[in-house]
Design a binder for this molecule. Sequence first.
Ligand SMILES: [Fe+2]
Length: 384
Amino acid sequence: MLTSKFLCPTTIHFGSGVIQQLPALLSTLGTKTLFLVVDSALLSTPFYQSVKTILDNSLTNTVLFSEIEPDPSSSTVQNAFEQAQQHQADSVLTIGGGSAIDVAKAVAILMVHGGKIHDYEGSETFDQPGLPLIAIPTTAGTGSEVSGSCVITDTDTNRKMSIRHAQLNPARFALLDPDALVTLPATVAAHAGLDAFVHALESFTSLKATPITDALNLKAIALISHDLRAFVKDRSNQRAALNMLLGSAMAGMSFGQTGLGNVHCMARFVGAKYHVSHGLSNALCLIAVADFNRVAEPTKYAQIAQAMGVLSQQDDEQTMAQRAVQAIAALCRDVGIPSGLRHVGAKPQDIEAMAADCVKANYTQWNPRPTDHAAFVALFEAAY
Ligand SMILES: [Fe+2]
């Protein structure tokens, strides 16, 4: 008999103004010197200033690190680690998107275990928690604040290293504060939001899905599909921003445990080849994959249509599944996603090689419909 488990070691505080709880959390952790990892674009924002005022008024020593690039590298991690070591930091706070959170996780591991971040590539390569980490996400997309993984690019080989530990790598506390999203550009809000939607969708339809992840993912699909448009239109819409953060976190709790699927598989190679952001790469492959997968999972796609609020009473299951795909296409269109990969510089002659890379990457261990080379070629052509 197959057994499963579900865990979420992160305590999640959420709501407007939730950052006011920082002093109490730092006191719980017994923090004396806090290593603060912040996306540099945030340093001038009112939100960061509010966090800084709270920290300045607490008894904690703070060391700021903000030299973080997108897709952060191992040399950035090493720099951060050396500074944290030099100041003998005992806790880490991160404010930012997936890149800042990933650097903070890597530093937390190195501060306890030493060595280089390369030493921890793979799954469950360490057996003690890193320094305690508090994460305040400023995008609603990656779910990195609750997931057990971080991705760091090897500076020498330009290869992405994934460090995963479902129990020991998630943040100790996540603070989901809609005020943190106010200054997010609309396009980033759209692309990151669709990344979160794809996490929920691919986790829900994964071969490794469980009733617990299903419940989280269906709610995430409902929240994101209901509020992404409003959030992209106005990032200061607090209800929409909080629902996006919650949806992103729910999907983040789930996908590390279920795996993802063909959208993330294809997006990985699209992003690397054409230098397209992770969220946009996913959004561009999403509709073709959803249409392909609904044939294998019509019942789940009917549930997706229900969660997205596009069901009609008379529909049979196949029609409901089609409605889900149509609703996903409308969501992408309404938040400004281009209609195909050709709009981001993709070339038809690259499709064969990208399809071969997809077969090797083996996301079919999770994707609900078996996908061979010819099927990946057809998916890239459909997404083109
Ligand atoms: Fe993603």
